[in-house]
Design a protein around this ligand. Structure first.
Ligand SMILES: Cc1cc2nc3c(=O)[nH]c(=O)nc-3n(C[C@H](O)[C@H](O)[C@H](O)COP(=O)(O)OP(=O)(O)OC[C@H]3O[C@@H](n4cnc5c(N)ncnc54)[C@H](O)[C@@H]3O)c2cc1C
Length: 414
């Protein structure tokens, strides 16, 4: 995006990437349907960036969700609003959009240098006095140095390293005095623990539950938890049982407060509502109805439609005496406590929290410690839920960094 803005401003752009081709994570994002942005009103949209809203807002006001849709349309890719308000390309795919975009960038004169892994700064003495430091690249042909009037870094976060973004840049910026918040998983899954027979917490699911239900979706449930600071959070949706825990969109939605609670307290408790469309009173009355000679499983299935993975999860997480007590069982169906003990590793996460702190950047996204070097995308210290908010802020910050770099190279600084 920065390359596009700079090339449109008449500047020669050289784009380096470690991988054999660009946009690999963008293409991966398109696998499950490229959720480009979201259709909600701008104020709600901006709220998704939580405490980073102040920093992200100016960029999104300059290049926001509607601008992104118009931009895609300009590349011949129309978009539509899905039932949840999420915005997708009409064919859901990322590849046609990326292909058209790369073609337009090449026509605009952008030169692509693939398999160029930035490995840090070169000899500063080589660069002109007010220019950014030279860049060192590892390439199949050996080490290459490059210098430029302005540099835009868009190195991504630390997830899915095999697609290129490995977070290796953190120490190279930190060594130049740039404040970088530790990279952490965002929109990630979690490992769980449950009480064993002796009451002590045991990691993961029982073998019985894991072997039958890993990979099973928990459809239309709700999760509730207290965020650090005490704010009550609740959301309905779906998640998936994994080999040792939980993942999926509903879990991702609570992943930032859950991750932060675990970092602070060692664990986080979320409460699962297995019947979000029904009141606690209704569930209590249905569970309490006489069941005669019918088994509890048949009773729960016929009264509440609870069977399969949901019924199994009750048995997995509740002590026998609670299962046997209609009132306590009914309460647990509406608020089943699940203990999360660890966020899954950053490499598995959808996105990364942490990164270059906004305090280290000026309004044009230029590093205060490295004049002429700009930063954009997921490597900046913001996070947001899934729903198109990630890509939108990446595009917006790319456009902002490109505009800043354009002003930098075209202004007369003397
Ligand atoms: C499975 C999955 C699905 C997703 N789906 C969506 C979605 O539907 N909607 C959404 O909004 N977001 C989605 N995301 C998140 C979104 O893809 C990212 O937030 C976005 O791609 C980040 O863009 P970026 O340009 O900042 O970083 P990246 O896309 O990670 O790109 C960084 C680039 O920098 C290069 N690089 C890194 N280090 C070096 C180096 N040292 N030298 C040279 N090159 C280097 C990498 O090779 C890479 O090409 C998804 C993510 C995942 C993992």
């Amino acid at each position: 995006m920065a390359a596009e803005v700079l090339a449109a401003g008449g500047v020669q752009v050289d784009l380096f990437d470690a991988m054999p081709s660009v946009g690999r994570k963008f293409l991966l994002a398109g696998k499950g349907g490229l959720n480009l942005t979201h259709n909600e009103a701008l104020d709600g949209f901006l709220g998704r960036y939580a405490e980073r809203r102040t920093f992200v807002e100016p960029m999104l006001r300059a290049f926001g969700p509607q601008a992104l849709r118009t931009w895609a349309q300009g590349l011949g890719v129309s978009t539509f609003v899905g039932s949840s308000g999420r915005v997708f390309p009409s064919d859901l795919r990322a590849a046609p959009l990326l292909r058209a975009w790369l073609h337009r960038l090449r026509v605009a004169g952008v030169r692509f240098h693939m398999r160029h892994r930035w490995t840090g700064w070169g000899d500063s003495a080589v660069a002109a006095a007010d220019a950014p430091p030279t860049l060192r690249f590892g390439t199949p042909a050996g080490e290459v140095h490059a210098c430029a009037d302005a540099v835009v870094l868009a190195l991504g976060g630390g997830s899915w390293a095999r697609l290129g973004s490995d977070g290796a840049w953190v120490p190279w910026l930190a060594a130049r005095g740039v404040a970088v918040a530790a990279l952490r998983p965002s929109n990630c899954g979690f490992d769980v623990a449950r009480a064993g027979v002796d009451g002590a917490l045991q990691a993961g699911w029982t073998e019985h539950f894991r072997s039958r239900f890993a990979g099973h979706p928990m459809k239309t449930v709700a999760l509730a938890m207290r965020a650090p600071g005490g704010r009550a959070l609740a959301q309905a949706g779906e998640f998936v049982i994994t080999q040792g825990g939980v993942e999926g969109s509903l879990v991702y939605a609570l992943s930032a407060p859950a991750r932060d609670t675990i970092a602070h307290d060692g664990q986080a408790t979320v409460h699962i509502d297995l019947q979000p469309g029904r009141t606690a009173e209704f569930v209590r009355d249905e569970v309490a109805r006489p069941r005669g000679s019918r088994s509890l499983a048949t009773h729960l299935k016929s009264r509440l439609g609870l069977d399969g993975v949901k019924a199994a999860l009750l048995h997995e997480l509740l002590p026998r005496e609670v299962i046997a007590d209609a009132a306590r069982l009914a309460a647990a169906i509406k608020a089943l406590p699940l203990t999360l003990v660890a966020a899954r590793p950053i490499d598995e996460a959808i996105s990364t929290a942490g990164g270059v702190r906004f305090e280290a950047l000026d309004d044009a996204l230029m590093l205060r410690e490295l004049p002429g070097v700009f930063c954009a995308g997921e490597m900046l210290d913001w996070e947001a839920p899934t729903g198109g908010y990630l890509l939108t802020a990446c595009f917006a910050s790319g456009a902002a960094a490109g505009a800043g770099a354009l002003r930098w190279v075209t202004s007369d600084r003397d």
